[in-house]
Design a protein around this ligand. Structure first.
Ligand code: NAD
Length: 279
Protein backbone atom coordinates (compact mmCIF):
# COMPACT_ATOMS: atom_id res chain seq x y z
CA UNK A 1 0.00 0.00 0.00
CA UNK A 2 1.25 3.47 -0.81
CA UNK A 3 1.52 6.88 0.78
CA UNK A 4 -0.23 9.74 -1.03
CA UNK A 5 -0.52 13.49 -0.41
CA UNK A 6 -3.78 15.15 -1.46
CA UNK A 7 -4.38 18.92 -1.37
CA UNK A 8 -7.88 20.38 -1.42
CA UNK A 9 -8.78 17.21 0.47
CA UNK A 10 -11.61 18.64 2.57
CA UNK A 11 -14.16 19.02 -0.20
CA UNK A 12 -15.32 18.12 -3.71
CA UNK A 13 -13.03 16.12 -5.99
CA UNK A 14 -10.17 16.09 -3.47
CA UNK A 15 -12.38 14.63 -0.73
CA UNK A 16 -13.83 12.01 -3.12
CA UNK A 17 -10.28 10.99 -4.10
CA UNK A 18 -9.19 10.67 -0.45
CA UNK A 19 -12.18 8.46 0.28
CA UNK A 20 -11.30 6.10 -2.60
CA UNK A 21 -7.59 5.93 -1.76
CA UNK A 22 -8.29 5.18 1.92
CA UNK A 23 -10.93 2.58 1.00
CA UNK A 24 -8.26 0.86 -1.11
CA UNK A 25 -6.00 0.71 1.97
CA UNK A 26 -3.58 3.52 1.11
CA UNK A 27 -2.20 6.01 3.61
CA UNK A 28 -3.28 9.54 2.70
CA UNK A 29 -1.84 12.77 4.10
CA UNK A 30 -4.48 15.44 3.56
CA UNK A 31 -3.77 19.15 3.08
CA UNK A 32 -6.39 21.89 3.17
CA UNK A 33 -7.17 25.23 4.77
CA UNK A 34 -9.63 23.34 7.02
CA UNK A 35 -10.41 19.75 8.17
CA UNK A 36 -7.11 18.14 7.14
CA UNK A 37 -4.05 16.39 8.59
CA UNK A 38 -2.04 19.41 7.51
CA UNK A 39 -4.05 22.61 7.85
CA UNK A 40 -2.36 25.32 5.82
CA UNK A 41 -3.34 28.32 3.71
CA UNK A 42 -1.87 27.73 0.26
CA UNK A 43 -2.52 31.36 -0.72
CA UNK A 44 0.57 32.41 1.27
CA UNK A 45 4.24 31.62 0.78
CA UNK A 46 4.55 30.63 4.46
CA UNK A 47 1.50 28.34 4.22
CA UNK A 48 2.87 26.59 1.13
CA UNK A 49 6.29 26.07 2.76
CA UNK A 50 4.70 24.78 5.97
CA UNK A 51 2.35 22.41 4.07
CA UNK A 52 5.08 20.95 1.87
CA UNK A 53 7.53 20.43 4.74
CA UNK A 54 4.96 18.89 7.11
CA UNK A 55 3.88 16.41 4.42
CA UNK A 56 7.52 15.44 3.81
CA UNK A 57 8.06 14.87 7.53
CA UNK A 58 4.87 12.82 7.92
CA UNK A 59 5.67 10.77 4.81
CA UNK A 60 9.27 10.26 6.00
CA UNK A 61 10.60 11.51 2.67
CA UNK A 62 8.81 8.95 0.45
CA UNK A 63 5.65 9.58 -1.59
CA UNK A 64 4.01 7.08 -3.94
CA UNK A 65 1.91 9.85 -5.38
CA UNK A 66 0.27 13.21 -4.98
CA UNK A 67 -2.96 14.86 -6.05
CA UNK A 68 -3.02 18.65 -6.30
CA UNK A 69 -6.71 19.56 -6.11
CA UNK A 70 -6.78 22.69 -3.92
CA UNK A 71 -8.30 25.53 -5.88
CA UNK A 72 -10.47 28.64 -5.80
CA UNK A 73 -13.12 29.13 -8.47
CA UNK A 74 -13.62 32.17 -10.70
CA UNK A 75 -16.01 33.79 -8.26
CA UNK A 76 -16.33 37.52 -7.90
CA UNK A 77 -15.55 37.45 -4.17
CA UNK A 78 -11.86 36.69 -3.62
CA UNK A 79 -9.14 39.00 -4.84
CA UNK A 80 -7.65 37.77 -8.08
CA UNK A 81 -4.15 37.45 -6.62
CA UNK A 82 -5.46 34.83 -4.16
CA UNK A 83 -6.91 32.75 -7.02
CA UNK A 84 -3.49 32.71 -8.72
CA UNK A 85 -1.61 31.98 -5.48
CA UNK A 86 -3.73 28.92 -4.61
CA UNK A 87 -4.37 27.52 -8.09
CA UNK A 88 -0.86 27.95 -9.51
CA UNK A 89 1.73 28.44 -6.74
CA UNK A 90 -0.28 26.20 -4.38
CA UNK A 91 0.44 23.31 -6.74
CA UNK A 92 3.83 24.00 -8.34
CA UNK A 93 5.70 25.09 -5.19
CA UNK A 94 4.55 21.97 -3.35
CA UNK A 95 5.47 19.71 -6.26
CA UNK A 96 8.94 21.25 -6.57
CA UNK A 97 9.58 20.51 -2.87
CA UNK A 98 8.07 17.01 -3.09
CA UNK A 99 10.05 15.93 -6.18
CA UNK A 100 12.82 14.15 -4.18
CA UNK A 101 10.22 12.24 -2.11
CA UNK A 102 8.36 11.25 -5.29
CA UNK A 103 11.61 10.18 -6.96
CA UNK A 104 12.53 8.13 -3.89
CA UNK A 105 9.80 5.54 -4.58
CA UNK A 106 10.81 5.28 -8.31
CA UNK A 107 7.22 4.77 -9.53
CA UNK A 108 5.31 7.80 -8.21
CA UNK A 109 2.25 9.18 -9.99
CA UNK A 110 1.10 12.80 -9.74
CA UNK A 111 -2.27 14.16 -10.82
CA UNK A 112 -2.74 17.92 -11.01
CA UNK A 113 -6.31 19.21 -11.33
CA UNK A 114 -6.39 21.71 -14.16
CA UNK A 115 -9.64 22.76 -15.87
CA UNK A 116 -11.32 22.90 -19.26
CA UNK A 117 -11.38 26.68 -18.75
CA UNK A 118 -7.86 26.42 -20.25
CA UNK A 119 -9.31 25.87 -23.73
CA UNK A 120 -12.82 27.29 -23.45
CA UNK A 121 -12.24 30.77 -21.97
CA UNK A 122 -11.87 33.43 -24.67
CA UNK A 123 -9.35 36.30 -24.54
CA UNK A 124 -7.15 35.04 -21.69
CA UNK A 125 -4.18 37.45 -21.62
CA UNK A 126 -1.02 35.49 -22.40
CA UNK A 127 0.92 38.10 -20.41
CA UNK A 128 -0.79 36.80 -17.26
CA UNK A 129 0.15 33.20 -18.15
CA UNK A 130 3.79 34.17 -18.79
CA UNK A 131 3.92 36.16 -15.53
CA UNK A 132 2.68 33.17 -13.53
CA UNK A 133 5.18 30.83 -15.18
CA UNK A 134 7.81 33.33 -14.03
CA UNK A 135 6.31 33.14 -10.50
CA UNK A 136 5.16 36.77 -10.59
CA UNK A 137 1.58 36.93 -9.24
CA UNK A 138 1.60 40.74 -8.97
CA UNK A 139 2.44 41.08 -12.69
CA UNK A 140 -0.26 38.49 -13.56
CA UNK A 141 -2.92 40.42 -11.65
CA UNK A 142 -1.86 43.67 -13.39
CA UNK A 143 -2.29 41.89 -16.74
CA UNK A 144 -6.01 41.31 -16.04
CA UNK A 145 -6.83 44.67 -14.43
CA UNK A 146 -8.66 46.03 -17.51
CA UNK A 147 -11.08 43.11 -17.67
CA UNK A 148 -13.51 44.53 -15.08
CA UNK A 149 -15.95 41.92 -13.74
CA UNK A 150 -14.28 39.24 -15.91
CA UNK A 151 -10.99 39.55 -13.93
CA UNK A 152 -11.61 36.43 -11.77
CA UNK A 153 -12.49 34.32 -14.84
CA UNK A 154 -9.37 35.57 -16.65
CA UNK A 155 -6.97 34.92 -13.76
CA UNK A 156 -8.64 31.55 -13.12
CA UNK A 157 -8.09 30.42 -16.72
CA UNK A 158 -4.58 31.94 -16.77
CA UNK A 159 -3.69 30.09 -13.54
CA UNK A 160 -4.86 26.77 -14.99
CA UNK A 161 -3.09 27.35 -18.34
CA UNK A 162 0.16 28.18 -16.52
CA UNK A 163 -0.31 25.15 -14.24
CA UNK A 164 -0.83 22.82 -17.20
CA UNK A 165 2.19 24.24 -19.05
CA UNK A 166 4.29 23.74 -15.91
CA UNK A 167 3.10 20.12 -15.80
CA UNK A 168 3.88 19.47 -19.46
CA UNK A 169 7.28 21.19 -19.31
CA UNK A 170 8.37 19.28 -16.21
CA UNK A 171 6.76 15.88 -16.88
CA UNK A 172 9.20 15.02 -19.67
CA UNK A 173 12.38 16.13 -17.85
CA UNK A 174 15.02 13.75 -16.51
CA UNK A 175 14.21 14.58 -12.88
CA UNK A 176 10.55 13.72 -13.42
CA UNK A 177 10.01 11.16 -16.25
CA UNK A 178 13.60 9.95 -15.84
CA UNK A 179 13.14 9.57 -12.08
CA UNK A 180 10.12 7.29 -12.55
CA UNK A 181 7.59 10.03 -11.73
CA UNK A 182 4.52 10.23 -13.94
CA UNK A 183 3.19 13.79 -13.90
CA UNK A 184 -0.16 14.42 -15.61
CA UNK A 185 -3.15 16.75 -15.43
CA UNK A 186 -6.91 16.30 -15.49
CA UNK A 187 -9.17 18.95 -17.03
CA UNK A 188 -12.67 18.70 -15.54
CA UNK A 189 -15.60 20.63 -16.96
CA UNK A 190 -18.49 21.80 -14.75
CA UNK A 191 -18.52 19.33 -11.84
CA UNK A 192 -21.16 19.62 -9.11
CA UNK A 193 -18.97 20.45 -6.09
CA UNK A 194 -19.16 23.31 -3.55
CA UNK A 195 -16.96 25.35 -5.91
CA UNK A 196 -19.57 25.15 -8.70
CA UNK A 197 -22.45 25.52 -6.22
CA UNK A 198 -20.95 28.85 -5.16
CA UNK A 199 -21.05 30.02 -8.78
CA UNK A 200 -24.61 28.76 -9.19
CA UNK A 201 -25.64 30.75 -6.09
CA UNK A 202 -24.66 34.02 -7.82
CA UNK A 203 -27.51 34.95 -10.24
CA UNK A 204 -25.14 36.55 -12.78
CA UNK A 205 -22.65 33.68 -12.80
CA UNK A 206 -25.38 31.06 -12.62
CA UNK A 207 -26.82 32.27 -15.92
CA UNK A 208 -23.40 32.05 -17.60
CA UNK A 209 -22.66 28.58 -16.14
CA UNK A 210 -26.07 27.17 -17.12
CA UNK A 211 -25.83 28.53 -20.67
CA UNK A 212 -22.37 27.09 -21.25
CA UNK A 213 -22.64 24.22 -23.75
CA UNK A 214 -22.20 20.72 -22.29
CA UNK A 215 -23.05 18.26 -25.09
CA UNK A 216 -23.81 15.32 -22.76
CA UNK A 217 -26.05 17.56 -20.59
CA UNK A 218 -26.05 18.27 -16.84
CA UNK A 219 -23.04 18.60 -14.56
CA UNK A 220 -20.27 16.10 -13.81
CA UNK A 221 -20.13 13.96 -10.67
CA UNK A 222 -17.13 14.51 -8.31
CA UNK A 223 -17.00 10.76 -7.60
CA UNK A 224 -16.56 9.99 -11.30
CA UNK A 225 -13.70 12.50 -11.50
CA UNK A 226 -12.09 10.88 -8.44
CA UNK A 227 -12.25 7.55 -10.30
CA UNK A 228 -10.27 9.15 -13.14
CA UNK A 229 -7.73 10.51 -10.64
CA UNK A 230 -7.30 7.06 -9.06
CA UNK A 231 -6.83 5.48 -12.50
CA UNK A 232 -4.14 8.08 -13.27
CA UNK A 233 -2.45 7.11 -9.96
CA UNK A 234 -2.53 3.40 -10.79
CA UNK A 235 0.07 1.21 -12.53
CA UNK A 236 -2.04 1.54 -15.70
CA UNK A 237 -0.75 5.13 -15.96
CA UNK A 238 2.88 4.01 -16.28
CA UNK A 239 3.02 5.19 -19.94
CA UNK A 240 1.04 8.40 -19.33
CA UNK A 241 3.40 11.40 -19.20
CA UNK A 242 2.61 15.11 -19.50
CA UNK A 243 -0.94 14.44 -20.68
CA UNK A 244 -3.95 16.65 -20.07
CA UNK A 245 -7.09 14.48 -19.89
CA UNK A 246 -10.40 16.29 -20.51
CA UNK A 247 -13.42 14.94 -18.62
CA UNK A 248 -15.88 17.71 -19.40
CA UNK A 249 -19.00 16.32 -21.03
CA UNK A 250 -17.77 17.42 -24.47
CA UNK A 251 -17.40 21.19 -23.97
CA UNK A 252 -13.80 21.31 -25.21
CA UNK A 253 -14.68 19.20 -28.28
CA UNK A 254 -17.73 21.41 -28.89
CA UNK A 255 -15.66 24.59 -29.09
CA UNK A 256 -12.59 23.12 -30.77
CA UNK A 257 -13.53 20.19 -33.04
CA UNK A 258 -10.70 20.91 -35.49
CA UNK A 259 -8.19 22.57 -33.19
CA UNK A 260 -5.95 19.53 -33.33
CA UNK A 261 -3.25 18.66 -34.15
CA UNK A 262 -1.17 21.80 -34.02
CA UNK A 263 2.13 21.60 -35.89
CA UNK A 264 5.19 20.77 -33.76
CA UNK A 265 6.84 24.13 -32.96
CA UNK A 266 9.81 24.81 -35.25
CA UNK A 267 12.18 25.35 -32.32
CA UNK A 268 11.47 21.82 -31.04
CA UNK A 269 12.18 20.36 -34.49
CA UNK A 270 15.47 22.30 -34.70
CA UNK A 271 16.46 21.10 -31.20
CA UNK A 272 15.63 17.49 -32.16
CA UNK A 273 17.57 17.74 -35.47
CA UNK A 274 20.65 19.12 -33.65
CA UNK A 275 20.57 16.32 -31.09
CA UNK A 276 20.15 13.73 -33.89
CA UNK A 277 23.11 15.19 -35.83
CA UNK A 278 25.35 15.20 -32.74
CA UNK A 279 24.51 11.67 -31.62
P1 NAD B 1 -14.10 22.46 -3.76
O1 NAD B 1 -14.33 23.88 -3.42
O2 NAD B 1 -15.10 21.46 -3.36
O3 NAD B 1 -12.67 21.98 -3.20
C1 NAD B 1 -11.55 22.81 -3.24
C2 NAD B 1 -10.74 22.62 -1.96
O4 NAD B 1 -9.62 23.50 -2.00
C3 NAD B 1 -11.56 22.97 -0.69
O5 NAD B 1 -11.49 21.93 0.27
C4 NAD B 1 -10.88 24.22 -0.18
O6 NAD B 1 -10.90 24.38 1.24
C5 NAD B 1 -9.45 24.04 -0.72
N1 NAD B 1 -8.77 25.34 -0.72
C6 NAD B 1 -9.23 26.50 -1.22
N2 NAD B 1 -8.40 27.51 -0.92
C7 NAD B 1 -7.39 26.95 -0.21
C8 NAD B 1 -6.23 27.50 0.41
N3 NAD B 1 -5.97 28.81 0.40
N4 NAD B 1 -5.39 26.66 1.05
C9 NAD B 1 -5.66 25.31 1.13
N5 NAD B 1 -6.75 24.76 0.56
C10 NAD B 1 -7.60 25.57 -0.09
O7 NAD B 1 -13.89 22.44 -5.32
P2 NAD B 1 -13.63 21.30 -6.40
O8 NAD B 1 -14.57 21.58 -7.51
O9 NAD B 1 -13.57 19.94 -5.83
O10 NAD B 1 -12.19 21.76 -6.91
C11 NAD B 1 -11.07 20.91 -7.00
C12 NAD B 1 -10.18 21.40 -8.13
O11 NAD B 1 -10.87 21.21 -9.37
C13 NAD B 1 -9.85 22.89 -8.06
O12 NAD B 1 -8.49 23.07 -8.40
C14 NAD B 1 -10.73 23.51 -9.13
O13 NAD B 1 -10.15 24.67 -9.68
C15 NAD B 1 -10.79 22.38 -10.15
N6 NAD B 1 -11.93 22.43 -11.06
C16 NAD B 1 -13.21 22.42 -10.58
C17 NAD B 1 -14.27 22.42 -11.49
C18 NAD B 1 -15.71 22.35 -11.04
O14 NAD B 1 -16.60 22.61 -11.86
N7 NAD B 1 -16.00 22.00 -9.82
C19 NAD B 1 -14.01 22.46 -12.87
C20 NAD B 1 -12.69 22.49 -13.32
C21 NAD B 1 -11.66 22.47 -12.40
Amino acid sequence: MGTYAVTGAASGMGAATVQRLRAAGHRVITVDVKDADVVADLSTEAGRREASLRVLTTAEGRLDGAVLAAGIGPNRGPDVGRIAEVNYLGAVELLARWQPALAATEHAKVVVISSNSTTTTPLVPQRAVRALLAGDVARATRAVRLYGPARPAMIYAASKIALTRWVRRHAVQADWAGAGIRLNALAPGAILTPLLEQQLADPQQSKAVRRFPIPVGGFGDPGHLADWVCFMLSDSAEFLCGSLIFVDGGTDAHFRPDDWPKPVPLRQLVRYARRFRNS
